[in-house]
Design a binder for this molecule. Structure first.
Ligand code: 8YV
Length: 315
């Protein structure tokens, strides 16, 4: 008998659904009738041994409580901040994620956002399309990257990949993370020191309680009126209200954001601001990364149910 799994979210391609169907007896929560999710879960829950979920959806404690036979949670994504790790560990439920396969695409997006923000690409696009160029309206100068300092918040796999990409632009790299990391000569003494020393901060650190609103008003003030904030990590790492206030008052120069505190809700003040570049949490959203992430998440589930070592366990 195929193991029963619960699949959360709607980003599964036909290929992935077909592969899941070959290996498992799948319960897709998204297929439950509107408003019938709780009853549907109560019926399916007792038989479910595995969960496949996205990095954003994760698994909430209420759903976890409906799954008494749960053995493994496979997250399609590198971040596991939406999963109650303590509760899973207490029940002996295994947890896997999909590191590495998305690193390059997420790092590419960080660089793209930085360039788009510093060179004001969305605004220039609007300038051309709206006829302002033809009307010879004034156009302010953007800023150069060369010779500036990029501060990376969180120097793990993605932070290091971002740094590697920025060196050829002539940027100096500094970073901060709590634990010692590679290239210790580039590590700042604190996040505040990093913000003071940098022209731009690129947030690459994992989400979760330990990084909640790490980038606060004080850090944004230290980055300053000419500073740029890029966030491709988690919205929870930045105090969004403080960010809005800093941008509105001119205490922070600009921001490029792929992630937000209450996705998909974005504060009106950001939607209406010319100082920001906004993308809808798409760091890993390429055909290649998403295919590799799905394959790895499924491989983790399959390995578990075959009694084999997990390819990418968390912790
Ligand atoms: C995803 C992510 O957007 O990897 C992560 O932690 O945030 C993303 O890649 C997503 O949750 C896909 O499941």
């Amino acid at each position: 008998m195929k193991p029963e799994i619960l699949v959360l979210g709607t980003l599964w391609t036909p290929d992935t659904r077909a592969r899941l169907g070959e290996l498992f007896h799948c319960h897709f929560l998204a297929d439950a009738a509107e408003g019938a999710g709780a009853a549907w879960l109560a019926a399916a829950g007792p038989g479910i041994r595995g969960v496949l979920t996205t990095g954003v959806i994760g698994l909430d404690c209420a759903t976890l409580a409906t799954l008494p036979a749960l053995e493994i949670v496979a997250v399609h994504g590198v971040g596991v901040d939406s999963v109650p790790r303590g509760a899973l560990a207490a029940r002996g439920v295994l947890l896997t994620n999909t590191p590495d396969v998305l690193t390059d695409d997420v790092a590419d997006l960080a660089v793209g956002l930085l360039l788009a923000c510093v060179r004001r690409l969305p605004m220039l696009d609007r300038y051309v399309r709206s006829g302002q160029w033809e009307a010879k309206l004034p156009l302010a100068h953007a800023r150069s990257l060369k010779g500036k300092v990029a501060g990376i918040v969180g120097f793990g796999r993605i932070g290091q990949a971002v740094a590697e990409r920025l060196v050829p632009f002539g940027l100096q790299i500094r970073y901060f993370q709590r634990s010692p990391g590679p290239q210790p000569e580039r590590r700042s003494a604190s996040l505040l020191a990093l913000a003071r020393e940098s022209d731009m901060l690129i947030v690459c650190t994992p989400g979760g309680a330990s990084t909640h609103r790490l980038v606060d008003a004080e850090v944004l003030d230290a980055l300053g009126p000419e500073g740029t904030l890029v966030n491709i990590a988690r919205g929870s790492v930045v105090d969004e209200a403080a960010l809005v206030a800093a941008l509105e008052s001119g205490r922070l120069g600009a921001a490029a954001l792929d992630v937000f505190e209450n996705e998909p809700k974005v504060p009106q003040a950001l939607l209406g601001s010319d100082k920001v570049v906004l993308t809808p949490h798409v760091g890993s959203n390429t055909v290649e990364s998403r295919r590799a992430m799905a394959a790895l998440a499924v491989a983790n589930l399959a390995a578990h149910f075959r009694g084999e070592p997990l390819p990418t366990p968390v912790g």
